[in-house]
Design a binder for this molecule. Structure first.
Ligand code: BES
Ligand code: ZN
Length: 633
């Protein structure tokens, strides 16, 4: 939110930035330092004037009405003379507002914006310490997904989970919803008896009979990391500081899958310093969870589609764990700086995987992501917003979710890998460790990161690096390092033999030795001219359609549709109906709509599946199918 930089540094590096970046900053004199206010285009709040320090929630979860109702108390700090406390709200019904529990005040709402919601202006007094807002959510609050018992594994109890990132916390809590403001929080929750509630905070491990739960998060976090899940949830411990929450049906499989998590934490700590959040637990959510994982502090939220039975998809946990440093400890100041969260995390995730499983395996994982980057970079460059291929984004007026592309994730990580190669791993690791320590529990902009990088790493080591090209220019610079994977070279050779094969044996694959990622790469590299008959041959031997590994099934389905092997079969229909993970749904629907027959099938499936999907996935698939605009629905 506020960055105090010595004047000298600002002037020294002012020339590195183009005008646009200067415009985003308001620079005011502040004695001997220059105060740089970072503007978050995705929040109406004014934390540089009056800011929330601590937020206390006192809410009840009403599954019948599908609403959350109660109050939030903001403990505020006055930073200037402003008597206006501005919070973000979106689809919330405000009942009343009190200052210090005694003075009832009126509030004013700003214009409504379908992406950002509304500003809520609350008049405060110089002495005001606590602002209490009584409110309830609306049934279409975007952060919340309410599941009927039928949509859960146990089929007996309803379920609720929240997704705050990027700007959805304001759809269930009136708050200053900008990553630029860090707060501690606590909560008192009332849920129906028999249900368990967990948050991104201290958690209990067994149910409270009457359904009363208390939570504390004493570390300062951005609001997008406030998270809640309520359901028939059980716990199984894994190590002294790790464990997993899930519905009973998923619990032991999840515990098996995540057994190596303690090892991952140790690897991460060895790289970049102590894990600072106490416990690290995970919750495996119902399959409609729209993401793979979400790094909610102390409690990673995860999709059940990573429970493959063979631990082959656990790099996702390494990723969410890595966010405990990159993202949760050091946070992007605005959503235009999103690559600082995700690029660092993909880099760090890959280092954890390398430490535990070796360089060959880590390179294989990164190579898959690299292929995604090449493809998506091309799409972005040829699309409506070619500037989205820059690391530093400009998402003002747009949904910050638009920034969730391989650019932030993989170009970001590739940038760091290329710097690492230039300065050497040893020096790079010292730098990263120091970066996390010196910015712990703070937010940082891309501009400040670059200054830090130049000062602490590049200049002292006399390394000339095209930082500005990487950050402020489109596409992938020529000096990007190449990640070689010899195992993948062999896989590609096998894929190339599919065309014209007489039998699958000719490929020379030993299925016992092929790993999940080799299968994924094999399928991705099926020759463009492969026939439906060749697909059928592969499927009859390897059973991709029903293999149970969601990553493998998802790429197979896309390829199957693309090659007219099938527009749809029962397994695909089931997958599309149950799984709400956007990363899988999006490419499958996109492939289906490319043909008339496929479009009919897609619309038919979506008509029944849509109600199972989270609003985040619904938004994306609606667009692919032109759903809202088509009057037939
Ligand atoms: N923080 C992200 C998820 C996210 C990003 C949610 C932006 C909303 C807005 C999380 O850490 C993530 O990156 N998840 C990935 C998995 C990861 C292994 C790349 C996902 O969900 O696919
Ligand atoms: Zn991430």
């Amino acid at each position: 939110m506020k960055h105090f930089l010595p004047v000298v540094i600002l002037f020294l590096f002012a020339s590195c930035k183009d005008d646009r970046h200067e415009e985003e900053r308001t620079i005011t004199n502040h004695e001997q330092t220059e105060e740089v206010e970072v503007v978050d285009a995705h929040s109406y709040a004014n934390p540089t004037e009056v800011r929330t320090q601590h937020l206390h929630l006192n809410i009840a979860i009403d599954f019948e009405k599908q609403i959350i109702k109660g109050k939030v108390e903001h403990s505020i700090e006055h930073l200037n003379e402003s008597r206006n406390f501005i919070v973000d709200i979106h689809d919330l019904k405000i009942d009343s507002v009190f200052l210090d529990d005694s003075i009832k005040v009126d509030w004013e709402l700003g214009n409504f914006d379908s992406i950002m919601g509304q500003a809520m202006h609350i008049p405060v007094l110089p002495e005001t310490k606590i602002v209490t807002i009584h409110y309830e959510t609306s049934p279409n609050s975007k952060a919340l997904q309410w599941l009927t018992p039928q949509q859960t594994a146990g089929k007996k109890f309803p379920y609720l989970f929240t997704q705050g990132q990027a700007i959805l916390t304001r759809t269930w809590i009136p708050c200053q919803d900008t990553p630029g403001n860090r707060i501690s929080y606590s909560a008192d929750l009332k849920v129906p008896p028999h249900l368990m509630a967990v948050m991104s905070a201290t958690n209990v491990t067994s149910k409270h009979k009457a359904g009363n739960y208390h939570f504390e998060m004493d570390k300062r976090i951005p609001t997008y990391l406030i998270a809640l899940a309520v359901g028939d949830i059980h716990f199984q411990g894994l190590s002294d500081r790790t464990g997993v929450y899930a519905e009973r049906e998923m619990l032991s499989a999840s515990a098996y899958e995540f057994e190596q998590v303690e090892e991952m934490i140790l690897a991460a700590e060895e790289l970049y310093g102590a894990y600072r959040w106490g416990r690290y637990d995970m919750i495996v959510l119902p399959p409609s969870f729209p993401y793979g994982g979400m790094e909610n502090p102390k409690l990673t939220f995860a999709t059940p589609t990573i429970i493959a039975g063979d631990r082959s998809l656990v790099s996702l946990i390494a990723h969410e764990l890595a966010h405990s440093w990159s993202g949760n400890l050091v946070t992007n100041a605005t959503w235009d700086d999103f690559w600082l969260n995700e690029g660092f995390t993909v880099y760090f995730e890959n280092r954890i995987m390398e430490k535990i499983y070796g360089i060959d395996y880590a390179n294989m994982l990164f190579s898959i992501e690299y292929d995604d980057l090449i493809k998506e970079n091309e799409e972005i460059l040829n699309g409506e917003h070619p500037e989205d291929s820059k690391l530093k984004l400009d998402l003002a007026g747009r949904d910050p979710d638009d920034g969730m592309t391989a650019i932030a994730y993989v170009k970001g990580a590739l940038f760091l890998k290329t710097i690492e190669a230039a300065v050497g791993r040893e020096k790079f690791d010292v730098f990263v460790d120091q970066y996390f320590n010196e910015h712990a529990f703070q937010t940082i902009t891309t501009e400040d990161f670059i200054i830090y990088l130049e000062e602490e790493l590049l200049v002292p080591n006399e390394v000339n690096f095209n930082v500005d090209e990487w950050v402020y220019e489109k596409g992938i610079p020529n000096n990007a390092i190449k990640i070689e994977s010899s195992r993948f070279d062999e896989v590609e050779l096998k894929s190339s033999k599919i065309k014209g094969m007489k039998s699958v044996e000719e490929l020379g694959i030993d299925p016992e030795k092929f790993t999940t990622h080799e299968w994924i790469h094999f399928i991705r590299n099926i020759p463009e001219t492969a026939t439906p008959e060749e697909f059928a041959m592969l499927d009859s031997v390897y059973n991709f359609t029903n293999c149970g590994n969601a990553e493998v099934m998802a790429v197979w389905y896309v390829k199957s549709i693309e090659h007219n092997y099938t527009y749809i079969n029962e397994s695909m229909r089931l997958f599309l109906t149950e799984v709400g993970r956007r990363k899988f749904l999006e490419p499958i629907y996109e492939e289906l709509v490319k043909s008339e027959e496929g479009l009919v099938v897609a619309r038919d499936i979506y008509a029944s599946a849509r109600a199972n999907y989270h609003s985040i996935s619904v938004g994306t698939i609606d667009e692919i199918l032109n759903w809202q605009k088509n009057s037939l629905n």
